[in-house]
Write a protein that binds this ligand. Structure first.
Ligand SMILES: NC(=O)c1ccc[n+]([C@@H]2O[C@H](COP(=O)([O-])OP(=O)(O)OC[C@H]3O[C@@H](n4cnc5c(N)ncnc54)[C@H](OP(=O)(O)O)[C@@H]3O)[C@@H](O)[C@H]2O)c1
Length: 297
């Protein structure tokens, strides 16, 4: 597969993680854009940018990710998470670009009793999940070459995320209440970035990405394993030798504007076997991220 790759949302967690690894993929010529280089809320800008520059692959890491703010900022969330994806998919279809788009576990309502599979019924609980789902549906209707990867609970060395918040609070406080009745799987952005780069860099994968069936193009990716936010926080403190007591609290005791799924574990069988990926266990990847963060301080 050739060879010029656009990465949108380059200042976000996933965008920066792809940037960290892109030097290992020297067959590709990468262009990284943030909101100043390519504002996805502007449809004409997307069209002009992609007509003036020629790309073989677009990895769409940009999104409106502020889950609670989206409840009162629906128009912008809709523009970035839905309409921009529609435009990207239309241009990708016209120009034969492979579009890798990232979506979320929040397209599900969290009522499942076993890990979500790609074809399971979607029913988002809030505006963020609803706008991300509309983005997925636009991708499916237009059906460009490429795929959509749903991920969950993303953290990294970059930006703001649960791991960095816990490290800060754990040093400031003696005890902390953390939700135990929301269960999912963390995703280290570097692992997802590597998976995406493996997917686009293997010629054998082209046939899968060019499949005529839109439903074949949805995949789930997180790290391996399962935990609650409480377990996640406790593990962060244990691995970092931070002496902060974690108390399990219920979702109802930590009200937020947007409702979250209680269960959002995803089944990753399809992505692993389709693209021959092995995915690290969540604690192993957490340890790796914490070591990098420690070295940075
Ligand atoms: N974070 C999670 O826990 C999580 C969970 C499930 C799925 N996902 C999905 O995974 C993908 C990557 O997430 P992430 O954690 O890397 O998110 P992130 O760190 O919030 O990065 C998103 C990036 O998109 C940029 N962006 C926002 N509006 C834009 C616009 N109008 N034009 C161009 N760029 C714009 C943001 O820029 P500014 O910072 O300047 O606004 C930010 O750099 C997203 O599709 C997200 O929906 C994330």
């Amino acid at each position: 597969m050739s060879n010029k790759v656009l990465v949108t949302g380059a200042k976000g967690q996933l965008g920066q993680s792809i940037h960290d690894l892109h030097g290992y993929y020297s067959d590709f010529d990468f262009v990284f854009t943030d909101v100043h280089g390519l504002d996805l809320s502007d449809t004409n800008q997307i069209k002009n940018f992609l007509s003036q520059n020629s790309f073989n692959v677009v990895i769409n890491c940009a999104a409106y990710t502020a889950v609670d703010e989206a409840e009162s900022d629906q128009e912008l969330a809709e523009q970035i998470n839905h309409l921009a994806v529609k435009t990207l998919a239309e241009v990708a279809k016209e120009q034969n670009i492979t579009l890798i788009h990232i979506s979320t576990d929040y397209v599900f309502d969290g009522q499942n009793y076993r890990p979500y599979q790609e074809q399971d019924t979607t029913a988002p609980r809030g505006v963020y999940g609803a706008t991300k789902l509309k983005g997925e549906q636009a991708f499916s209707n237009i059906n460009p070459n490429g795929c959509m990867i749903r991920t969950s609970w993303v953290y990294s060395e970059h930006g703001n995320n649960f791991v960095k918040t816990m490290l800060r609070l754990g040093k400031e406080r003696e005890k902390l209440g953390v939700i135990f009745d929301q269960v999912g799987t963390p995703t280290y952005a570097q692992d997802l970035a590597r998976a995406i780069l493996v997917i686009i860099s293997n010629d054998d994968h082209a046939a899968i990405l060019e499949s005529s069936q839109a439903e074949d193009k949805v995949f789930h990716f997180s790290n391996e394993g399962v935990c609650s936010w409480y377990d996640f926080a406790k593990t962060i403190f244990e691995l970092s030798n931070i002496d902060c007591r974690v108390n399990p609290i219920q979702t109802k005791d930590y009200p937020t504007p947007a409702s979250r799924p209680h269960y959002s574990v995803m089944n990753k069988h399809k992505i692993k076997y389709t693209f021959d990926l092995s995915i690290p266990y969540w604690k192993d990847s957490l340890q790796k991220c914490l070591s990098i963060l420690k070295d940075q301080n």
